[in-house]
Design a protein around this ligand. Structure first.
Ligand SMILES: Cc1ncc(COP(=O)(O)O)c(C=O)c1O
Length: 259
């Protein structure tokens, strides 16, 4: 999307605390106009941007006059500890455009999302929206409003959070049981996917082929890297599968890869 608009993309490293903000500062000579981040659950590594990094990122944005787009997908599903405040909620300098979506918490074909904008950008975005998309799904929005106001949305999130948490724990347990130290699990504390780094000499293509042969679909993380991607990283979504399928899938995968 950004390159289609003529933007030059600048990849920044992500570690277990999320975006490495110092790397942004090292690019001070470049005119960075926009930083796109997914702080609640970095896609695809699953890292959660820590509070010190959030404050550091906001300070950098304020100093350099850069706008941050906070794509807060997956923020509803945080396990084990309280969610951290959104960048938009602690921003004092109107640097953050917050983007939320109902695709993952309800269903993707709903096609409803929302933005929380700095006051100075509201009329610009309203004009752009009016130009690009005049017919809105009003009925869907009204139904969704009732769904939220009557408390169903909050109940739905609570129910789904414990359902996904159970799936997540089954997946983590199965990975530990069948792969042990042959796999490193990353980003398991939020969202509806985690990432697994497989320690094997097999190529990603060979891993996917062997997985397919035993009926397991594996999604490589490779296409999400702008720089040279590491080997053996895969995205494991656990929202749609049953506990039995998750357990059996990992067992089959271990049989296929560790033989
Ligand atoms: C990183 C990220 N952001 C946002 C979304 C939601 O996008 P949309 O609202 O266009 O369905 C997704 C959905 O998969 C996603 O992976």
């Amino acid at each position: 999307m950004f390159t289609a608009q003529g933007a030059r993309l600048l990849p920044i490293a992500v570690d277990e605390f999320g975006l490495v903000v110092e790397e942004l500062a090292n690019h001070s000579s470049e005119r960075i106009k926009l930083a796109l981040v997914t702080p609640s659950h970095q896609f695809p590594t699953g890292a959660i941007l820590s509070l010190p990094r959030r404050l550091q990122l906001l300070a950098w944005a304020q100093q350099t006059g850069t706008v941050i787009i906070e794509d807060d997908y997956d923020s509803e599903y945080r396990y084990g500890s309280q969610p951290l405040p959104a960048l938009q909620g602690i921003d004092r300098s109107h640097s953050v455009i917050y983007a939320g979506s109902f695709s993952k918490v309800l269903f993707p074909s709903l096609r409803i999302g929302y933005l929380v904008l700095p006051p100075s950008l509201v009329s610009l975005f309203a004009s752009a929206k009016w130009l690009s998309d005049r017919q809105l799904p009003l009925l869907d929005q009204q139904v969704l409003t009732d769904f939220i106001e009557e408390g169903h949305f909050e109940r739905h999130i609570r129910r789904m959070r414990s359902h996904y948490d159970r799936n997540r724990l089954v997946l983590v347990q199965a990975l530990n049981d069948y792969f042990g130290n042959r796999a490193t699990i990353l980003g398991e504390n939020a969202g509806i996917h985690l990432m697994v780094r497989l320690h094997t000499t097999l190529s990603d293509e060979a891993i996917v082929r062997r997985a397919t042969e035993v009926g397991v679909e594996l999604v490589p993380a490779k296409p999400h890297y702008l720089n040279t991607p590491p080997q053996g990283e895969f995205i494991f979504g656990y929202a749609e599968l049953t506990e039995q399928q998750l357990h059996e899938g990992i067992w089959r995968l271990a049989q296929a890869l560790l033989k």
